[in-house]
Design a protein around this ligand. Structure first.
Ligand code: ADP
Ligand code: ZN
Length: 742
């Protein structure tokens, strides 16, 4: 039966569905999930087909203008996923669609790259060439080369190879001897690279057991639980993923591998491309550095079924693969899986839901699982698989805690490098081994204070101090990007009494270079890695031993393998601990464990120095003893006592405005309305000034809600907000399962 009508949502969020009629000519090809162009008000707009009703009661129905793309862009399962996200994350379906379909596909502005191909028109015999040689010897020579081609060749490539010019080629075409034809070509970001095929490694017993369980889940995908693979760094998780994907592929299924953007390094990609090197197209890679054109082509490669494995960051969870068999979420605890703009989804949780909808297996892997996932494993919602040994039977690195309070007593001011840590670095330099120094804070000095009046230089738009960056000799705000010149005198009291306080990676780099003038020191953070190539280059130089000491932010904490690194120094372990965030302890534990995992992956055992003012805080102590179970137990107890996840879901509403009073009033009104509509099963906090009171010129107020029935809570919040008219300059955003509480 041919569809009469389509029900669509328009890309621009208006939170309503509209009906259109379907012209005869399009009826055969249109389907649920198709992208269409429709007349809307007096313009035309892009939209997605949600349903195809036989009747419509809408008045003044107009026909759709065009169908965009051949097959429906979005499968029915993905549409179901989008609807779930809309309900769960308290966010319009149109906004969800923005994440679901890459912009290049949504806007349908970028097309295929066209290239001119050369092909002999008919079989060219030597007579023809000899004939031509008398009149146009150069043309004849080129024709001879073309006659030898087995298949059409891009004109540019042919000319480059034969060093003829375009004119000669055109002349041949004019004579009707060859054909020049435009054809679409794929932009492959990895076209130039060669991947040498690798084969399965023989698994150790723990790995084999884990793979078996995953294979079982692949077979019983309708009923299998999500799997949490808890394996220490270097325990061979990736090898298991590779073998599980191979099995899925053999069964005619496809697979998605999610990795945090930061660990989507050339190394990671190479491992996957090499294992499946039998067909160049089979692995598609999605990350934020792709050009529009490349993203367009990768998406089509996946959508058309030529790619069967997708490896990518957060949004790859929406990859339009058919016959999905397996989703892997590596480093599932990573907070970068959470999108910090609407739709504020968490890719790991979306992966679990997509797996349920598509009836496929899902594996969450981590050396330091999130509290939520581990809790799900202990309650039986997930299945827990553990890898307790490193593949190479390496011992875990030795963790040494350096008490900065004692160091301060010795030196009056706390040094950046304690004596113990600098001795350890000197020792490594002597042995020609490498060191990583970690500090999660950029810049040189983190504030500029007046020692006379106590005023700090704050950002005019945000409630934070400006950081001094020495390489640009300016003050800069890490939140909004505002920069300012460094004043000579205190602008508040006029005294020449400004002092620099606090330190970031830039200062660590300069201190270390100063202390070890012979060592080659490099810094890796968002400031020093602005060029795309700089990152690869620094990693390469570190790998080949040209760099002795690498100083960096979280950029260096994750997923990098350097066998010659035997020392890791954590300059200040307390940075995360003092954030007003219930996950502060969890983050510290994870960070210490992950950073420590960088030490001693080769022949030599590693050593980690943790500098801290709170040596007895539980997350530091448990990380020191590599005691995940101990840490989990005490953290869980704290969360239960305070009604935090995983026991209760949280929703954070932020109300902001350039006008402080209006933001506050709106937040307070919202709290009153919520009080009326929420039952007593939910915990509703007061409207409070956000820890980061002012951001980019906007005053911010927080309302925190908690409860178990998250879908219901989400719905009630949406309904309350929809009914509450906010002043024009006040914005309320809703974050379900928030990770940013600032
Ligand atoms: P993880 O992902 O848990 O950090 P990897 O899969 O990267 O661990 O494994 C660490 C190293 O050990 C890699 O170099 C990998 O090739 C190697 N490896 C993994 N499994 C085996 C095995 N069964 N036999 C030999 N080497 C292995
Ligand atoms: Zn700012």
């Amino acid at each position: 039966m041919k569809p009469n009508y389509v029900r669509v949502i328009i890309d621009r969020a208006i939170q309503r569905e509209f009906d259109y009629s379907v012209p005869e000519t399009l009826a055969e090809r249109i389907g649920i999930g198709s992208r269409v162009r429709v007349p809307f008000r007096d313009k035309s707009a892009l939209a997605t087909v949600l349903a195809m009703p036989e009747h419509s009661d809408a008045k003044g129905i107009r026909p759709i203008e065009a169908l965009v793309g051949e097959a429906p862009a979005i499968s029915e399962s993905l549409l179901e996923l989008a609807k779930w996200m809309s309900a769960y994350y308290c966010c319009p379906l149109e906004t969800v669609m923005r994440s679901l379909l890459p912009q290049v596909i949504r806007r349908a502005e970028v097309g295929w790259k066209k290239q001119l191909f050369v092909q002999p028109l008919t079989k060219i015999d030597s007579d023809k060439i000899d004939n031509l040689r008398k009149r146009a010897p150069r043309q004849a020579e080129l024709l001879e080369a073309i006659a030898k081609l087995e298949k059409p060749m891009p004109a540019a490539q042919l000319l480059r190879k034969t060093s003829f010019d375009n004119q000669t080629l055109r002349a041949l075409a004019k004579r009707g001897l060859i054909e020049l034809r435009e054809e679409a070509v794929e932009r492959d970001p990895h076209a130039e690279e060669q991947f040498i095929e690798t084969t399965n490694l023989e698994l150790n017993p723990e790995q084999a057991l884990a793979l078996n369980k995953i294979t079982d889940a692949l077979a019983a995908s309708e009923t299998a639980k999500p799997i949490l693979l808890h394996g220490v760094t270097g325990s061979g998780k990736t090898e298991i993923y590779l073998q599980a994907i191979r099995i899925a592929l053999e069964r005619g299924k496809s697979a998605i591998v999610l990795v945090p953007e930061i660990s989507l390094t050339p190394q990671t990609v190479e491992r996957f491309k090499s294992r499946f090197a039998e067909a160049h197209e089979v692995v598609a890679v999605l990350h934020s550095h792709l050009s529009e054109g490349e993203r367009h082509d990768e998406w089509h490669k996946i959508h058309s079924g030529r790619a069967r494995i997708v490896i990518g960051a957060r949004s790859a969870v929406f990859a339009p693969l058919k016959d999905l068999g397996l989703i892997i979420v590596d480093e599932e605890h990573e907070t970068t899986y959470k999108q910090e703009e609407a739709p504020r989804y968490h890719a790991r949780d979306v992966a679990v839901v997509r797996a349920k909808i598509e009836k496929c297996a899902v594996v969450l892997g981590s050396a330091t699982p999130s509290l939520e996932s581990y809790y799900n494993a202990t309650t039986g919602k997930y299945e827990l698989l553990a890898l307790t040994q490193r593949v190479d039977h390496q011992r875990m690195p030795l963790m040494r805690i350096v008490d900065l309070r004692q160091e301060r007593r010795k030196e009056k001011i706390a040094p950046i490098l304690s004596e113990k840590l600098s001795q350890a670095i000197a020792d490594r330099l002597e042995k020609r081994e490498q060191t990583i120094l970690f500090l999660n804070r950029r810049g040189f000095s983190t504030s500029l204070l007046c020692s006379n009046c106590g005023e700090a230089r704050n950002c005019p738009n945000c409630s934070v101090a400006l950081t001094f960056h020495r390489h640009m000799a300016r003050l800069s705000c890490h939140l909004c990007g505002h920069t300012a010149a460094v004043p000579k005198k205190c602008p508040a009291c006029g005294k020449d009494a400004l002092i620099y306080a606090g330190f970031g990676t830039e200062k660590v780099e300069s201190t270390v270079s100063h202390l070890f003038p012979k060592a080659n020191v490099r810094r890796m953070d968002a400031d020093s890695m602005t060029r795309k190539e700089a990152y690869r280059e620094t990693l390469r130089n570190f790998r080949t031993g040209k760099i002795d000491i690498l100083v960096g932010t979280q950029m260096i904490a994750k997923g990098l393998h350097f066998p010659n690194v035997t020392l890791v120094g954590i300059i200040n372990a307390d940075l995360a601990l003092h954030l007003p965030d219930f996950r502060a302890g969890e983050r510290t534990f994870q960070l210490l464990t992950q950073v420590a995992g960088r030490a001693g992956r080769g022949e030599t055992a590693g050593e980690v120095f943790v500098q801290t003012y709170t040596p007895f805080s539980p997350s530091i102590q448990f990380a020191r003893h590599h005691d995940f179970a101990g840490y989990f137990e005490q953290e869980l107890e704290f969360r239960e006592r305070c009604d935090f996840p995983p026991f209760k879901h949280a929703i954070l509403i932020t109300v902001r405005s350039a006008h402080e009073g209006r933001a506050k009033l709106s937040a307070e009104t919202l709290v009153r309305r919520l009080k009326e509509s929420l039952g007593s099963e939910f915990i509703l906090g007061d409207a409070t000034a956000a820890p980061l009171e002012k951001l980019q010129g906007q005053f911010r107020f927080h309302i925190l809600l908690r409860g178990e029935a998250i879908m219901r809570l989400s719905r009630l919040v949406r309904e309350t907000l929809d009914k509450l008219p906010l002043p024009e300059d006040v914005v309320a955003t809703v974050d379900v399962d928030p990770y940013q509480l600032l």
